[in-house]
Design a protein around this ligand. Sequence first.
Ligand code: 13P
Length: 253
Amino acid sequence: MIIAGNWKMNTLPNEAEELVRNILQGLQDKKFDSEIVVCPPFTNLHTVSALITGSKIKLGAQNCYYEPKGAFTGEISIPMLKYFDVEYIIIGHSERRTYFGETDEIINRKARAILEKNLKPIICIGETLSERQQGKTFEILFNQLEKCLCDLKVDDSKNLVIAYEPVWAIGTGVSATKEQIEEAHNKIKNHIQSMFGIAHDDIVLQYGGSVTSDNSEEILSIESVNGALIGGASLKSDVFLKIIEIAEKTIKN
Ligand code: 13P
């Protein structure tokens, strides 16, 4: 179970520090088996990295560029992220696809570069509302999977995290229903299985989109859900801690 907080473009350094300190305090002396990941903006990686050193919280980034260095003004490389002990990198988030033109081909290049450096990409896929209404959901998801995972090896799949984030559920307060998540997750796992020949149990598939402390029990209890990628609710330490507590109860053997 991987519970990851995607802070998006939120928090100044002092706010990031307060949020992380509160999460650390809430987890102090607690045993937990879930993998807890926080993904602050780049400008707070340094602060957060220093605070979580020695704890069980892992660090994630929200994006990267696939070239290791050079004349790419404004970009952040994977070695730069590794320096701060980043272990996970979110790529292909729908906000990056929509506002910054990130294509499946770019996401695939990033995924390969991340895996090459022994880090873990969290690859986001998801359909828009109009695609769902037109009955194109699975055509879209399978196409994203095939392009984003192109040329990856079976071994890579061990370090891969996929996040199913229906675009219409992100930041809307309307999460997908249990039935919609079950259907999508089973089909996504079947498709990945057909691509790599790996078992469902070896595929890490998170759900993201309006996850809160109120709906997380129902969502995380679904057999094919291996974690959550949480936006808004991860910015409130008490809510994020509550979701972690719920995740612990729903861990499947
Ligand atoms: P919300 O949890 O705010 O809907 O955002 C989900 C998301 O985009 C996580 O990456």
